[in-house]
Ligand binder design. Structure first.
Ligand code: PGA
Ligand code: ZN
Length: 426
């Protein structure tokens, strides 16, 4: 059995140029593991705390040197000597070191860096690919009463047009995405995605929109007249790519409604001043689902609008996947509440929303046993770390949401999936 010998954290930069934490673990058998922590812009209120220094003289207050110090000083003592493959023991130590509900003492970013670096070191020590190691860990999660899952490639859900906080408020809805639902293999689906993206750029330019303006994740960021127009353009792009909308390639939305909810009304400002109640917004979403081949809507309503979410689920839950992001924050107790209240039917999985790999897997397992679809997701602030690709495969998540195919921090993950596909797809 390998033992963790040293652990070292440092500050590195994410895709928005903000500092984030990288953790490296070295074991006594010379195996090692490293991980970098992502960071969101449209974050939910119930997410694990992202500890930032707040020193205005460094990176506008966004430095993470305190989180780095927590790893190098406090957590190092607790982690050295442990078996890197024993993820449960490692995550327990982390949770004991910071038992606060949102990990505000040491920082969810500090804890997650250690948790993910340990997973990498564990797979190196076991001499198996990361996705296989994660598959073993996932199958061991929970009560063991369930049949085990085999590694499987997820269907990518790829951003085509960005709005909201990711693109300077050009549109109120945050993401307009596509899924190559009819693709026989991952690599074929990826080619379809690139083809549709190119045709979309041509269509936007020909209609007088600036296709070089892109959002944080690389999706086009045109200032369109309405949210419906974005869906319209995408359907036309799918056709121009010689693919069938709905059958080959379907649409998805991330409304990210928390970010235009004022506690009472949904304030749509980008495409005309509108003040909508939950039920008005639900009707808007129903109209879009009636008009376009939309199979999934994420955060159609705000993170604490449980009553609205219940009505939304009753109205659309049989027709589309209703994905909880800000609402559920990868948190098993919030997911449990959603299950009890019959809210949503899918969960977004972002490792830094909860802060340890074991907790992430527990939420995925709970979702699976209640038939909630699992969408493993990147953040708008990403790094070249590709662990989420392995996580999606290892836990056999149905979908993965990485952002657009024109940004290296995103491509690192799409390309990792291409390599894994060679081993997993037959
Ligand atoms: P974020 O966006 O990483 O900025 O939170 C992604 C999402 O809302 O799904
Ligand atoms: Zn979201």
């Amino acid at each position: 059995m390998a033992k963790i010998q040293t652990i070292q954290a440092r500050e590195v930069l994410d895709s928005r140029g903000n500092p984030t934490i990288e953790v490296e673990i070295l074991c006594d058998d010379q195996t090692r593991g490293a991980a970098m922590v992502p960071s969101g812009a449209s974050t939910g209120r119930f997410e694990a705390c992202e500890l930032r220094d707040g020193d205005p003289d460094r990176y506008d207050g966004k430095g993470v040197l305190q989180a780095v110090a927590h790893v190098n000083e406090l957590l190092r003592h607790a982690i050295v000597g442990l078996d890197p493959a024993d993820q449960t023991a490692i995550d327990q130590v982390l949770l004991q070191a910071d038992p606060s509900p949102q990990k505000a003492r040491l920082g969810g970013n500090a804890l997650l860096g250690v948790s993910l670096a340990a997973a990498q070191a564990g797979s190196a020590a076991r001499r198996i690919p990361l996705y296989r190691h994660l598959n073993v860990l996932y199958n061991a999660t929970g009560d063991g009463a369930r049949t085990t899952c085999e590694p499987r490639l997820p269907c990518p859900m790829t951003n085509m047009i960005s709005g909201g906080l990711h693109a300077g408020g050009n549109l109120d809805f945050q993401d307009f995405l596509i899924l190559p639902v009819g693709a026989p293999r991952y690599a074929v689906g990826l080619e379809w995605i690139v083809r549709v993206y190119r045709r979309l750029g041509e269509l936007l330019s020909r209609s007088g929109y600036e296709a070089r303006l892109v959002g944080d994740e690389g999706g086009y960021g045109p200032r369109l007249k309405s949210n419906a127009e974005a869906a319209e353009f995408i359907v036309r792009a799918i056709e121009a790519a010689q693919l069938r909308p709905g059958e080959d390639v379907a649409l998805a939305l991330d409304v990210a409604a928390t970010h235009f909810f004022d506690g009472e009304f949904y304030q749509l400002v980008a495409t005309g001043q509108e003040k909508l109640t939950s039920s008005d917004l639900i009707e808007r979403l129903v109209e879009l689902v009636d008009r376009f081949p939309i199979v999934s809507i994420e955060d159609g309503l705000a993170e604490d609008d449980w009553t609205g979410w219940r009505a939304l689920t009753a109205r659309l839950g049989k027709r589309v996947r209703l994905v909880g992001d800000d609402l559920l924050v990868t948190n098993s107790s919030r997911l449990q509440t959603a299950i009890e209240r019959q809210v949503g039917n899918a969960v977004l999985i972002k490792v830094n929303q909860i802060g340890t790999l074991s907790e992430t897997m527990a939420t995925m397992r709970l979702a699976e046993s209640h038939r909630y679809l699992r969408v493993v997701s990147a953040r708008s602030g990403e790094t070249e770390d590709t662990l989420i690709a392995d996580l999606a495969v290892g836990a056999a998540a149905e979908q993965i949401k990485i952002g657009c195919i024109t940004r290296s921090e995103r491509l690192a993950k799409y390309n990792r999936l291409l390599r894994i596909a060679e081993q997993v797809e037959h």
